[in-house]
Design a protein around this ligand. Structure first.
Ligand SMILES: O=C(CO)[C@@H](O)[C@H](O)COP(=O)(O)O
Length: 228
C-alpha cells in the first residue's frame, strides 16, 4: 500500500485557494470539500470553484461531496475533470449506478461513510468502488477532534477489501494530524486527508512530507488481519 496525502482546502484561506494548492504541490491530491448546507450544516463551494481549481492545482483533485442527492450532482464534477469524486452513501439513492457513472466519466469513484455508518452492509458494493472514505469526525467542519471509535471500522474495511482481493484505497478524513495518522495507517488506511494540520502549519509542504513519513512507517505494522 503506497501512502497518499490529500490536504483539505477547507482549512485554507478561501481568498487564496490557488496559492494554497501550490503550497502543497508535493501532496498526491488536493481534497476539495463540497458542502450544501443540507447534508451537513455548512456551505462551502461548488462546481465553478472546482473548475477553477482544476486549472490552478498542481496535483489532481479529490472531491468530497457532502451534499444531498449526489446522484443528480456528482457526475458533473467527474465530467468537469475531477480525478476522484466521493459521494456519501447516506445521501445516495442508487450508489451502484452512481459509482458506475463516475467511472464512466473517467473519475475514480469514492464512497464515504459517516462515523455511525457501518461498512458491512455495503460489502457487495466494494467491487464498484475505487475508494472508501471512512470519516473520522462528523462531516461539516474542519478542526474537530479525531474519533478513535472509527478505528475498528477502518480495520474492518481493510479486512473486507483484502477478503475480496480488491485494490480499493481506504481514505480517512477528520482530525488527521501528526499525532493521529499512525493509528489510521496501522488500521489499514492508505489515503490521508488533513486540513488544519497542513494549512495551519508554518510550512504546509513540510507537514505533507512529515505526515507521509509517519504513515509510511506505521503502515508496516498493520493492526488488521487478512481473512483470505
Ligand atoms: O470533510 C471534512 C469535514 O467535514 C474534512 O475534510 C475536514 O475539513 C478535515 O479537516 P481537519 O479535521 O483535518 O482539520
Amino acid at each position: 500500500m503506497a501512502v497518499q496525502i490529500s490536504p483539505s482546502i477547507l482549512s485554507a484561506d478561501f481568498a487564496r485557494l490557488a496559492e494554497a494548492a501550490a503550497s502543497v504541490e508535493r501532496a498526491d491530491w488536493l481534497h476539495v470539500d463540497v458542502m450544501d448546507n443540507h447534508f451537513v450544516p455548512n456551505l462551502t463551494l461548488g462546481l465553478p470553484v472546482v473548475e477553477s481549481l482544476l486549472k490552478a492545482s498542481p496535483v489532481p483533485i479529490d472531491c468530497h461531496l457532502m451534499i444531498e442527492n449526489p446522484d443528480r450532482w456528482a457526475p458533473a464534477y467527474a465530467e468537469a475533470g475531477a480525478q476522484s469524486v466521493t459521494f456519501h452513501v447516506e445521501a445516495a439513492h442508487a450508489p451502484v449506478r452512481l459509482a458506475r457513472e463516475l467511472r464512466h466519466q473517467g473519475a475514480r469513484a469514492g464512497m464515504a461513510l459517516k462515523p455511525a455508518t457501518p461498512i458491512d452492509p455495503y460489502e457487495d458494493l466494494l467491487g464498484e468502488l475505487d475508494m472508501l472514505l471512512v470519516m473520522t469526525v462528523e462531516p461539516g467542519f474542519g478542526g474537530q477532534k479525531f474519533l478513535d471509535l472509527c478505528l475498528p471500522k477502518i480495520r474492518r474495511t481493510r479486512e473486507l477489501v483484502a477478503k475480496h482481493g480488491l485494490e480499493i484505497w481506504i481514505q480517512v478524513d477528520g482530525g488527521v494530524s501528526a499525532s493521529t495518522i499512525e493509528r489510521c495507517a496501522e488500521a489499514g488506511a492508505d489515503v490521508f486527508v488533513a486540513g488544519s494540520a497542513v494549512f495551519a502549519a508554518d510550512d504546509p509542504g513540510a507537514m505533507v512530507d512529515e505526515l507521509r513519513r509517519l504513515a509510511s512507517v506505521a503502515s508496516e505494522n498493520p493492526s488488521w488481519r487478512s481473512e483470505r
